[in-house]
Ligand binder design. Structure first.
Ligand code: F0G
Length: 460
């Protein structure tokens, strides 16, 4: 008998502990979202059936991560858990200084407090919302320079997270003195979860070298990015993922990290770099608000769980399943005629709400309308990434974001294929009734990161 060739890629784990889901009715959900001001961040999680709001901190830890928690040492200074964590980070990202923080945005706040400031410009392929907010909070300008293919819906280019090299070169020629560092987000979350190619990272490194600028990675989804390089960038198919990750790290001078993504933690982050003086200034700020440099706002047990998560996330069986299961959701939606950003990214599927709801103008937040409808229909919680999130300018004016997307982010190792089949049904149901959806207006909003707390109201 020939060896069987299986088409089904199974979850490479068994379920060992379960969390019940609370089933709700459409009436209950309509009431819940109304009382939440039509803001899904304000809905109680127990009123959600499938939570695709984020892949951040919402994944399942493995048996070995739970075991690692027991090994945690809670010493204030010099805990052995710190050194286990540091060594696991350095195994993939061999930076001299590894500074733990309670999550990614704390690393961003510290880094930009030191390097940002009024008159500065920080380029990135696409800044994530907290990254942008932390850059802008210092008075600096956060500039998105993602490649042209990223905004081309029909382009099938596999690395739509790439930086626009000409735009970066032009920026550094015109305003080089104002640019304290160049950032690259891997994968490019706000741009569609799209990966960055190794070739583009090398080219960005060359530009940074020519202009004497440090390059920092926002590396939350580094393992997913490395898997895409292995799969789709010529010449890397036989490489091990950790080897690709080390090559990426070798191109950078430092990194910020949210350990709530690929490091498989429920909390955590870090800041790493080679520069001794920069590290000293960052540690000074760390002690002020996060904690002593060997725990930085985390418990020793968290540091140990992250060290174990870093070892697990680079397994090829895991990454094959992870990327394939995201593609399964995206391809099923596309086949149902729902406009999704393609190629499908690593951690999430992004529906193009502006294309799906052409009757709702961007300043009436088509993404918000779609996200609310998915919640009401199926209890599926998603996240608007569009004009509600990015439309408000630092001067208080409002312009349409580049795109109005709705992100279906998949928590790691948490949901099965039947959960995804249910999500697909909910999306199909909403698509079939798309002409009945209305836009929204914002009736209350805070000055920054408004999407977390803004109160919306349907436009009559
Ligand atoms: N950078 C990127 C690319 C991110 O996706 C996130 C978080 C952060 C930085 C900030 O990290 O949450 O640990 O402070 N993204 C989450 C999301 C929240 O839903 O995409 P954090």
């Amino acid at each position: 008998m020939d060896a069987p060739e299986f088409r089904t890629i199974i979850e490479p784990f068994r379920i060992h502990s379960v969390e019940p889901l609370r089933m709700t009715t459409p009436e209950q959900r309509r009431a819940a979202v109304r009382s939440a001001g039509y803001n899904l961040f304000q809905v109680h999680a127990q009123d959600v059936i499938v939570d695709l709001l984020t892949d951040s901190g919402t994944g399942a830890m493995s048996r070995d991560q739970w075991a690692a928690l027991q090994h945690g040492d809670e010493s204030y200074a010099g805990s052995p858990s710190y050194f286990i964590f540091r060594d696991a980070v350095r195994e993939l990202f061999p930076f001299e200084h590894v500074i733990p923080t309670h999550q990614g945005r704390a690393a961003e706040r510290i880094l930009f407090s030191v390097l940002g400031g009024a008159g500065k410009v920080v380029p990135n392929n696409t800044h994530f919302d907290t990254t942008r907010a932390n850059v802008e909070y210092t008075g600096a300008l956060a500039l998105d320079l993602v490649c042209g293919a990223a905004l081309d819906a029909i382009s099938t280019y596999a690395f739509k997270g790439d930086m626009d090299l000409e735009a970066l070169e032009a920026l550094l020629q015109e305003r080089g003195d104002d640019v304290p560092l160049v950032m690259m987000t891997i994968t490019n979350n706000s741009g569609g979860g799209q990966p960055v190619s190794l070739a583009n990272l090398h080219a960005v490194r060359d530009i940074c070298d020519r202009h004497g600028k440090p390059l920092f990675l926002d590396a939350c989804r580094f393992a997913e990015n490395a898997w895409f390089i292995r799969e789709y960038e010529p010449g890397h198919a036989d490489r091990e993922v950790p080897d690709i990750v080390r090559e990426i790290a070798g191109l950078a001078d430092g990194m910020t990290m949210s350990a709530k993504k690929d490091p498989m933690g429920n909390i955590g982050g870090w800041l790493a770099m080679d520069d001794d003086d920069l590290a000293r200034r960052c540690r000074d700020l760390l002690v002020l608000t996060e904690g002593f440099p060997t725990y930085g706002g985390l418990a020793g047990r968290d540091l140990e769980a992250l060290a174990q998560g870093l070892r697990e996330v680079v397994h090829h069986d895991y990454l094959r399943y992870r990327i394939r299961s995201t593609a399964y959701l995206g391809e099923s939606l596309r086949d149902a005629g729902i406009p999704v950003v393609t190629p499908i990214g690593g951690h999430a599927v992004y529906i193009d709400a502006r294309a799906m709801l052409p009757g709702i103008p961007p300043l009436q937040y088509p993404g918000q309308s779609l996200a609310v409808a998915l919640y009401e229909a199926g209890g599926v919680r998603t996240c608007e990434i569009g004009t509600a999130m990015f439309g408000r300018q630092p001067d208080g004016s409002e312009v349409p974001a580049a795109r109005d997307l709705v992100r279906l982010a998949i928590p790691r190792r948490t949901y099965t294929q039947s959960h995804m089949d249910y999500v697909i049904e909910a999306c199909r149901h909403v698509a079939a009734h798309a002409d009945r959806l209305t836009g929204y207006r914002i009736v209350e909003e805070p000055p920054t990161l408004r999407h977390f707390t803004a109160v919306f109201e349907p436009v009559a």
